[in-house]
Design a protein around this ligand. Structure first.
Ligand code: HEM
Ligand code: HEM
Length: 285
């Protein structure tokens, strides 16, 4: 029986989907656009107002509309040739090809007007998209490394087990230590505001506070309590390193969320400016 090997870079395979089919399609679109642009001679300028300009403009606008549908597509699950992986692959490569299509459409006629606004927003969305690909390629792999095959639910379950162990380890200790351990159990926070989720080293983490406290305490504790304190430190260290993992995971998720908060709204602004551009050229020409 054949066993299928899972590639370590499986999550980035949308870039190589169907042997770079969409890279080839986009490359061909760019080459055709450039050949068409240099081989047609327009007077006085080559831009959106010529038949060739209209052709590229319509292609560009249809591409933008199609690219904008990715969000809706992401939420509908299907497989096969038009799988989400295929859509994302086409999205990335066709999105980049717009730089050529739209620039040639404009005939390099830029100015302080709504046409150039649409163009600038498009470039912004494309650049943010390229940064997004970097995130998608780099972060999820880091996420799975970091989780060490552990799901988020498992991580939370482990935290509650470690809390129970802290409780046990606190039993033989003197009463003065109880509030510190209780705080580490009850007051350790995960998540919170976006800024908190972005920072890995939570300075206010009560588990870390407790760990530092017991490590210092080791220097002046009486010999009979040493081994109990050492036990406590070892559980706190385990919880602290698990918390660090979870915080890293949460940070990556927050970064992706912030990225989407840029890519998506600027897409809406682009569509609005594009509609204004198309209406204005038909109204004024
Ligand atoms: C249905 C699609 C489109 C149509 C019908 C269209 C139409 C036109 C026309 C007629 C012009 C010439 C305007 C003039 O000479 O005053 C033009 C120019 C231009 N278009 Fe488009 N366009 C379309 C899509 C796009 C897209 C997708 C972009 C980029 C986001 C874009 C950006 C520009 C720019 C930057 C110019 C140059 C502005 C100028 O000449 O001052 N257009 N377009
Ligand atoms: C004008 C061009 C573009 C438009 C209008 C556009 C629009 C969108 C939209 C609407 C989404 C879905 C967001 C959501 O609801 O989850 C999206 C996702 C995405 N876009 Fe773009 N995009 C463009 C260009 C690009 C480019 C050039 C790249 C990369 C080079 C890119 C990379 C991505 C990535 C990686 C995602 C996330 C896919 C996922 O979550 O699986 N985009 N884009």
């Amino acid at each position: 029986m054949k066993t299928r090997k899972t590639s370590p870079a499986q999550h980035v395979s949308f870039l190589a989907h169907r042997r770079f089919l969409w890279l080839k399609v986009s490359g061909a679109l760019c080459v055709l656009s450039i050949v068409g642009y240099v081989s047609t001679d327009f007077d006085p300028v080559r831009n959106g107002g010529t038949w060739y300009g209209y052709t590229l403009g319509v292609i560009g606008a249809l591409l933008i509309l199609w690219l904008s549908l990715l969000g809706a597509r992401k939420r509908a699950i299907t497989a096969g040739h038009w799988s989400l992986k295929g859509w994302t692959s086409a999205h990335v490569y066709l999105g980049v090809s717009l730089i050529i299509v739209a620039t040639l459409h404009s005939g390099f006629q830029f100015g302080w007007n709504v046409h150039t606004l649409a163009y600038a927003l498009m470039i912004f969305v494309i650049l943010s998209g390229i940064i997004g690909v970097f995130f998608y390629v780099y972060i999820p792999r880091r996420m799975s490394d970091n989780r060490a095959e552990m799901g988020q639910m498992d991580m939370l379950k482990d935290i509650s087990n470690l809390n129970a162990m802290l409780d046990d380890a606190a039993q033989p200790l003197s009463d003065k230590y109880v509030p510190i351990v209780r705080k580490a159990i009850d007051k350790t926070k995960l998540g919170g505001s976006i800024f908190r989720r972005l920072s890995i080293n939570d300075a206010r983490c009560s588990t870390r506070e407790a760990l530092t406290y017991f490590q210092t305490e080791m220097r002046n504790v009486e010999a009979k309590e040493r081994s109990e304190i050492l036990d406590m430190i070892s559980v706190l260290e385990r919880k602290n390193s698990l918390l660090l993992k979870i915080r890293k995971h949460t940070r990556y998720k927050a970064l992706l969320q912030i990225w989407l908060y840029v890519h998506l709204p600027v897409t809406f602004a682009l569509i609005a400016a594009l509609i204004a551009h198309i209406i204005s050229v038909f109204y004024y020409n």
